[in-house]
Design a binder for this molecule. Structure first.
Ligand SMILES: NC(=O)c1ccc[n+]([C@@H]2O[C@H](COP(=O)([O-])OP(=O)(O)OC[C@H]3O[C@@H](n4cnc5c(N)ncnc54)[C@H](OP(=O)(O)O)[C@@H]3O)[C@@H](O)[C@H]2O)c1
Length: 277
């Protein structure tokens, strides 16, 4: 039940009808008894900056930002934190003291999900191979390097894009044509391969060491063919839904004043309508 004091937030995207974030934040709002609302906000790219300023004027606490607005959100901010700066993209806006603040919680959500799914997991464990060089690869590579990962290797269909990303991020990051699996402590898929309606990822995992971890950020279906192949080999597998849940936590805390928890009840609720495989 909303009162006149209700705290407001939402998600800006175009389209936005596919987003699970209203369901996710709605669940937390109800669980923690917050007087607040989180709504879908479909906004066309040419209206984005105007819409963000209008939300601030309307008293919204902030908003999440999804495809195709993450780079535009970076541009509209008065201040961005180091994670957003490294990602050159913003997925979480907070309106505070008349200013628009931006952060990027995708990389943080990825790390938090790995630590949640694999007890004792750390980015420092060894080299990581990332498949893909898009927006998610950028946020995840930056987060891994900042968390002490000794080496990241990018493998992408369009090699030039991987090289541009490696150059932009700097540090211990390389580009390869063939994934260097033998030395990898972790393999991460950030391409859309394996997503429902897309071809599965054609990669033989036989070359991975026995203790390697395989993560997929695709979460429709929850168990992608890559994760199924990893489990079949006895490797730890990290599903993508958890990243979506964890990346939402900092925004919820900033807008609604409660630190939310990711647990099985939330996974079941948000992932309930996602095919298992
Ligand atoms: N779990 C989560 O919280 C979460 C968060 C964000 C995104 N995602 C998922 O992650 C995926 C990527 O998102 P994004 O925002 O990073 O997308 P993006 O910026 O468009 O990047 C897509 C990447 O996938 C590669 N790719 C696409 N189709 C391919 C194919 N058929 N074969 C080989 N490579 C292919 C692209 O290679 P090229 O450079 O050659 O085009 C590029 O590296 C999506 O499936 C999205 O749903 C999950």
């Amino acid at each position: 039940m909303l009162t006149g004091h209700a705290k407001l937030a939402g998600i800006l995207g175009f389209p936005v009808s596919h987003s699970r974030s209203p369901r996710l934040h709605g669940h937390w709002l109800q669980r923690y008894g917050v007087d607040g609302a989180y709504v879908p906000l479909p906004v066309a790219p040419e209206r984005f900056a105007t819409a963000v300023r209008a939300l601030a004027d309307l008293g919204f606490r902030g908003a999440n930002v999804t495809i195709p607005h993450k780079e535009a959100a970076f541009a509209v901010c008065d201040r961005v934190d180091p994670t957003a700066h490294r990602a050159a993209a913003v997925n979480t806006l907070v309106f505070r003291d008349g200013a628009i603040e931006g952060s990027n919680t995708d990389g943080w959500g990825f790390l938090a999900n790995c630590a949640d799914a694999v007890p004792g997991w750390t980015a420092k464990a060894g080299p990581v191979v990332i498949l893909g060089a898009g927006g998610s690869a950028r946020a995840i590579a930056a987060a891994l390097l900042d968390a002490g990962c000794p080496r990241v290797t990018l493998v992408n269909r369009t090699r030039a894009r991987a090289e541009a990303l490696a150059k932009a991020l700097g540090g211990s990051i390389a580009v390869a044509e063939v994934p260097p699996l033998a030395e990898a402590a972790m393999l991460v898929n950030t391409t859309s391969q394996g997503m429902q309606g897309q071809p599965a990822l054609a990669l033989d995992l036989a070359g991975l060491p026995r203790g390697a971890v395989v993560a997929d950020i695709v979460y429709v279906p929850r168990e992608t063919p890559l994760l199924a192949a990893a489990r079949a080999r006895g490797l730890a597998a990290v599903e993508g839904l958890g990243m979506l849940l964890h990346q939402a936590r900092p925004g919820f805390e900033a807008w609604f004043g409660v630190t939310p928890v990711v647990d099985q009840e939330l996974r079941d609720f948000v992932g309930g309508d996602i095919p298992a495989r």
